[in-house]
Design a protein around this ligand. Structure first.
Ligand code: HGY
Ligand code: MN
Ligand code: MN
Ligand code: MN
Length: 410
């Protein structure tokens, strides 16, 4: 097997160049899905792929596929990829590392004239983050048959704009039906977004699966009234209720140590005036655990707590589940290709389950899939100070290249 190595400087330069598209003063990136900044980075990516000799197609969910032919183009392509969209206070590496490393693999194959058996592709999945349009992994979910296209198109952001109208507006609604694009395997390189690899001084995470996760949207309704004239015993204050609920949701995770996590990340208080008792509060819940049965148990405990608190404070409550992504195990042959690639490159490595959601979690439903992790500084991600080391980025991309070639020659 050729001991091909990617061009680490070129990859690093591409990461730094694209970090300017939506770059923030704190050195992070705010490039929300289907905004003009997303279009700008997509246009840059398509141009780079074409320059690397690829043909580019886009499906009706805006997923971008760049294809490098192989010796036998009747074989389904071996694909790499991740996402170009970011959190509002995202970092330089989350998502784009996997897309640009895939591009770097294609560039390296072109530079060396190495001919693979199967075609090789790199993919950008639309709306992985789920921050603007919930749920997360929306377009890879349509591709994998988890969501319908109409459901995805109907999803609205907090300003009432829909996924479908924004996808049309930026001009990335392709003709190919999401899911029709044949794939033979999928490999996603991503930063770990947690502290394990760095703590154990491992360079590569051989990812065996993704934990289970569920999202909910909650509306607590009380009664708006005057802050100065409403006696305490007559109040129905939605924010007092929501505050107790946030504490209870946190406690449910603490009651399932050590792996359960729960988060209330988004909250809107209405009418949000300093001298009016909040009439209603909207907030989100994110529950996660590697064992789906524990997620189900946590959901029941959370719902019971929300009902108890609403009853005590005479509040109404509406809870809607907006996402259920069960725990996933990756394909053994793909995981072995990653492990072999790490070993043959002599990178320290260990198995790991992903705490974060990834497009690979949905791809695993339709094609053999695996992921590769590299460390990020102090495990920090979904934060503008997110950082990865040059050598780890190079190692991750070299393992991606090698895993794809291992799989191509299996
Ligand atoms: O939420 C997640 O785990 C992913 O980063 N979107
Ligand atoms: Mn990501
Ligand atoms: Mn993310
Ligand atoms: Mn991902």
């Amino acid at each position: 097997m050729h001991n091909l190595q990617i061009n680490a400087q070129r990859l690093w330069d591409s990461i730094m160049e694209t970090a300017q598209i939506g770059g923030t003063a704190k050195g992070g990136v705010c490039r929300l899905t289907l905004t003009d900044l997303d279009r700008q980075v997509r246009d840059w990516f398509v141009a780079q792929c074409e320059e690397a000799g690829c043909t580019v197609t886009v499906d009706d969910m805006g997923n971008i596929f760049a294809r490098r032919p192989g010796k036998d183009n009747s074989l389904p392509p071996i694909a790499m990829g991740s996402h170009l969209d970011t959190q509002p206070t995202g970092g330089k590496f989350d998502g784009i590392l996997g897309v640009l490393s895939g591009l770097e693999v294609l560039r390296t194959l072109k530079d060396t004239g190495y001919e693979t058996n199967a075609p090789i592709e790199v993919i950008d999945w639309t709306n992985e983050e789920g921050s603007r349009f919930a749920p997360a992994m929306l377009a890879s979910g349509v591709f994998a048959g988890v969501f319908t296209r109409d459901y995805a198109d109907s999803r609205k952001d907090r300003e009432g704009k829909s996924f479908g109208e924004e996808l049309d507006r930026i001009g990335y609604r392709g003709t190919e039906k999401a899911g029709d694009h044949k794939l033979g395997a999928f490999f996603e390189l991503h930063i770990e977004q947690g502290p394990i690899l760095e703590d154990e001084e491992k360079v590569i995470g051989v990812v065996t699966g993704v934990q289970g996760m569920r999202w909910y949207e909650v509306t607590v309704t009380g009664f708006e009234s005057h802050a100065g004239t409403t006696p305490m015993h007559l109040r129905r204050d939605a924010l007092v209720g929501a505050s107790r609920m946030v504490e209870a949701i946190n406690k449910v995770a603490l009651d399932h140590p050590p792996l359960a996590v729960s988060t209330v990340g988004l909250m809107e208080v209405r009418p949000n005036s300093r001298n009016i008792l909040p009439g209603d509060v909207f907030f989100t819940i994110d529950l996660r655990h590697p064992d789906d049965e524990v997620v189900v148990a946590m959901e029941a405990e959370v719902k019971a707590e929300l009902d108890r608190i609403a009853g005590e404070l005479k509040l109404e409550i509406k809870v809607e589940q907006v996402w259920d992504s069960p725990a996933v195990k990756f394909d053994q042959a793909c995981v072995e290709a990653v492990r072999t690639a790490a070993a043959e490159n002599e990178y320290s490595h260990r198995e790991i389950v992903s705490g974060a959601g990834h497009d690979a979690a949905y791809m695993a439903r339709v094609v053999p899939t695996a992921m590769i992790f590299i460390p990020c500084e102090k495990g920090i991600s979904h934060n503008e100070i997110e950082k990865a080391e040059y050598d780890h980025v190079a190692a991750g991309a070299n393992v991606l290249l090698r895993a794809v070639l291992e799989y191509d020659n299996r």
